[in-house]
Design a protein around this ligand. Structure first.
Ligand code: CUA
Length: 409
């Protein structure tokens, strides 16, 4: 009887394995780009911010242990010493003992005050951002990030901005001014220091830092919609000299002008104008590309797309030197361009395969169409948007927290 039951439940369980297998296969396909799988690590001692929080926590825990031991001792001592079987007389009454009452109020007040000094001290150290700190404006939107360098205006016009990848200098405080363009998001790259909410119409400034050059993982930490988990970013910390050189290259950068007749040139035309005969809207309406007429701000800045190694706000990573030329990465870029809401739920990018999508007003509209060849042309144009080789911030930047080491390296 039992065996029959077993067999039955066995056969019933079987169909469930199929979706799991399909999901596993899907996951394998989705991770076609070589994934760095970087972990977030709150205990990264390369950051002065984290060290401050660490020592504050150590002191708070030590004080708590002392209090715990003291209270436990007093409790067990009293229970032991004043056991009823040793004292048959009624216990002494001390109601109205002012001295005892003052002590019992004063001691907890001193303890709470002592613990709050720890917190206030750390806040005083971490909250003010020095005037000379490097300034970066952080904008979170459903479901991507823009990182702007307000002190660096590009030669081509406009503040130097990068989408979804933030570069910062090492060994100094970096002042982030964080805001949101729609709902509340959370800026959270714990290796370089705590987390801060990105709120619409509010600008919060707060400092982060790291002593170690490398690429760090950042995630959105506030549930903000369908693709909250896909709202990721990278922080690439560069030593001062390299940071300066990279920012100088970004300042001087103008998007390369494609050779007439090339795939890039066809892609450029589609990027700027779209294709009105098939209803394909232009990319330039929503994206900025430094040094071109494309100045849209509804979507992430694409000025250095060819140098970037992440796609869809860190959903996919092409962590190899081949970047988006890598066949699997190229396929993901192509799928993304054709129908990004399909691969990233809630994405507000128009579709280019004719399927319906939700526009920025939340209306369901029919997408335009582009042929595979035209999609490839746009991809070719995007890949050409590269900083000079020496300004490639990914080159020799170790992925901190990648693989099995769990972030502590
Ligand atoms: Cu943005 Cu979660």
């Amino acid at each position: 009887m039992n065996t029959t039951k077993h067999r039955h439940s066995g056969t019933r369980r079987r169909p469930i394995t199929r979706p799991i297998a399909a999901a596993a296969l899907g996951a394998t396909l989705l991770t076609g780009c070589q994934q760095a799988n970087q972990s977030l690590f709150i205990g990264d001692m390369s950051s002065a911010y984290n060290r401050e929080i660490w020592w504050m926590s150590v002191w708070a825990i030590v004080l708590s242990i002392i209090i715990f031991v003291g209270v436990s001792y007093a409790l067990f001592y009293t229970v032991q010493k004043f056991r009823e079987d040793r004292h048959d007389a009624p216990p002494a009454q001390f109601h109205g003992n002012n001295r005892l009452e003052v002590i019992l109020v004063a001691v907890p007040v001193i303890i709470v005050f002592g613990l709050s000094i720890l917190t206030v001290r750390s806040m005083a150290i971490l909250n003010p951002t020095p005037e000379q700190a490097t300034k970066i404006d952080v904008l979170g939107k459903q479901f991507w990030w823009n990182f702007a360098y307000p002190e660096t205006t590009s030669d081509a016009g406009g503040v130097v901005t990068n989408g979804n990848e933030m570069i910062m200098p090492t060994k100094q405080p970096v002042a982030l001014t964080i805001t949101s363009g729609d709902v509340i998001h959370g800026f959270w790259a714990p290796n370089i220091g705590g987390q801060r909410a990105a709120m619409p119409a509010v600008q919060k400034t707060w400092q982060v830092d790291t002593e170690r050059a490398g690429a760090y993982q950042g995630n959105c930490s506030q549930l903000c919609g369908a693709s909250h988990a896909n709202m990721r970013y990278k922080v690439v910390a560069l030593d001062q000299e390299r940071y300066d050189a990279t920012l100088a290259a970004m300042k001087a950068y103008r998007a390369p002008e494609p050779d007439p007749g090339s795939a890039e040139a066809r892609g450029y035309a589609l990027f700027m104008q779209g294709k009105s005969s098939t209803g394909a809207v232009s990319c330039a309406a929503c994206h900025r590309v430094q040094g071109t007429p494309a100045g849209g701000v509804a979507g992430p800045d694409l000025s250095f797309f060819g140098t970037r190694r992440t796609l869809g706000a860190g959903m996919w990573e092409a962590m190899t030197a081949a970047k988006w030329e890598d066949p699997k990465a190229a396929k993901q870029l192509s799928d993304w361009l054709k129908n990004s809401p399909r691969v990233k739920p809630g994405s507000l990018m128009p579709t280019y395969d004719g399927s319906e999508y939700r526009n920025t007003k939340g209306e369901l509209v029919k997408g335009g169409t582009l042929t595979d060849a035209e999609i490839d042309d746009i991809a070719a144009y995007l890949r050409s948007l590269q900083l000079p080789e020496e300004a490639d911030y990914w080159r020799d930047s170790p992925a901190i927290g990648a693989g099995a080491t769990g972030g502590n390296q």
